[in-house]
Design a protein around this ligand. Structure first.
Ligand code: ADP
Ligand code: MG
Length: 464
């Protein structure tokens, strides 16, 4: 199967070839023809399987004919985070270079005035996060009545973030006669319900079992203790053939501490998390992509959208609190058909979280035998004094758990907000930075303030 068999235009095929893709991924091969035939579609495929191009490519050809009108976007793509929205925009730039399509991004953290100005000119493709879109809609800056194509991307993530009521509301503003595409890695009941309500006679494509992780990823658990975690990690980094690795931890503070600890031990390690300023994050990503560093310590926000090719290893320094995050983290390796390795460090306290992951993915995670040398006191004596202090902090699991509890609370509050009327919901994007500020002071919250890589045409508009 080649891209040429899918019915795409010659200009588009040229752009695809130039982007370096030779073969469509399974979701692309199955989704593109029915989308070109204007059918509604539900596409379920794990993270990293190329879902973006499976709607961006046919959309470019569909939108090639026709003209946009002021304030009336012709198509709408909903994304859960600004980072994912920005990545979809980059895809349009890359594949749409031989087409003249106007695009606008409506995401938090970007100057509202410029977004409105772009809309005034008329856009073919509007890419938005639900909160920001509702906000603008309520101010009368945008009309969705000319929008004949809707994409709800990363639907399960939308659900996690409490965006479903917003999406329902948005669906009612669009013309009933339209094409609707929904993409998700998993298909939980509320998403199924949403699809039943707003898609008409959709073609359903499921590339792999829901919530299963990629088969080309070699996954395993390595047992350790909170105290020995860093040493276990270092041993793994030395014994595995790690060309590039992303190491995930649950807290921003751990990201910072771990990155500097690894650097002290001679690893070429950098860090990325939501507390960093935008230019700093981009710099760190560039260092990673350019090979100056080969280890990136990251928090979960980075897991949702980071598109870095050829990461050989993913390490979970902490077992994620939410099993979905496991799937997303592990999906950073084994992308685009390459094989990858994902290793999760587990302590006895993690038993419950591991059970939840195994239940979600439907397969037990093989345990590697406890590595020799792990927990061995030999290296303990040679560790720098600072390092030993850090370890002592790691040693207090009860305090850690209390923190985890506190950190999760704001998110639960978030979920309850699903029930509140849209007028309040709509400000979500604007409210977020303030809430993050509060967390920053607390300094131990889950990291969801990401607003990372944006396409070049947008960098000017960033206000933070
Ligand atoms: P998903 O949305 O399913 O998580 P993405 O659309 O972000 O996945 O794509 C994952 C990665 O695969 C990206 O790095 C993308 O550039 C790459 N990719 C997409 N399509 C192809 C293809 N046909 N061949 C090779 N790589 C691809
Ligand atoms: Mg995606």
């Amino acid at each position: 199967m080649s891209f040429a068999d899918l019915g795409l235009s010659d200009e588009l095929l040229r752009a695809v070839v130039e982007s370096g893709y030779t073969e469509p991924t399974p979701i692309q091969a199955q989704a593109i023809p029915p989308v070109l035939m204007m059918k509604d579609l539900i596409g379920i495929a794990q993270t990293g399987t190329g879902k973006t191009a499976s709607f961006v490519l046919p959309m470019i050809d569909i939108l090639a004919h026709g003209r946009s009108r002021a304030r009336m976007p012709r198509s709408l793509i909903l994304e859960p985070t600004r980072e994912l929205a920005a990545q979809v925009a980059e895809n349009f730039e890359k594949y749409g270079k031989y087409h003249k399509l106007n695009m606008a991004l409506l995401i938090g953290g970007v100057n509202m005035g410029e977004q409105v100005a772009a809309l005034e000119k008329g856009v073919d493709v509007l890419i938005a996060t639900p909160g920001r879109l509702m906000d603008l809609f309520q101010r009368g800056k945008i009309l969705l009545t000319g929008c004949s194509l809707l994409v709800i991307d990363e639907a399960d993530r939308m659900l996690d973030m409490g965006f479903i009521p917003d999406i329902e509301e948005i669906c009612t503003k669009l013309p009933a006669q339209r094409q609707t595409l929904l993409f998700s890695a998993t298909m939980p009941a509320p998403i199924k319900k949403l699809a039943d309500k707003f898609l008409s006679n959709p073609k359903q494509i499921e590339v792999s079992r829901p919530a299963s992780t990629n088969l080309s990823i070699d996954q395993s658990l390595v047992e350790t203790s909170s105290r020995a975690k860093r040493e276990t990690l270092r041993n793994l980094l030395r014994s595995e053939t790690v060309s590039t690795a992303i190491i995930f931890s649950n807290r921003k503070t751990t990201v910072r501490d771990l990155a500097s600890s690894l650097a002290r031990h001679g690893f070429k390690a950098g860090q990325i998390h939501g507390d960093m300023e935008q230019p700093e994050r981009l710099r760190e990503l560039d260092r990673f992509k350019g090979g100056e560093i080969n280890i990136l310590v990251a928090s979960d926000v980075a897991a949702r959208g980071l598109d870095i090719k050829g990461v050989s290893h993913v390490f979970n320094f902490d077992v994620p609190w939410h099993p979905d995050d496991y799937v997303h983290r592990v999906g950073r390796t084994g992308r685009g058909g390459a094989t990858g390795t994902a290793i999760t460090l587990v302590t006895p306290e993690d038993a419950e979280a591991i059970a939840a992951i195994e239940k979600l993915t439907g397969a037990p995670l093989p345990r590697r035998p406890r590595a020799a040398g792990t927990d061995a006191p030999s290296e303990e004596g040679t560790a720098a004094p600072r390092e030993r202090r850090d370890r002592r902090r790691d040693k207090a699991p009860r305090e850690d758990m209390a923190r985890a509890d506190r950190a999760e609370r704001p998110e639960r509050a978030d979920r309850q907000e699903r029930a509140v009327p849209p007028a309040r919901e709509a400000r979500r994007d604007d409210r977020r930075p303030r809430r993050d500020d509060r967390r920053d002071r607390q300094d131990d919250g889950p990291d969801d303030g990401w607003n990372g890589p944006v396409p070049s045409f947008l960098t000017v508009g960033f206000t933070n």
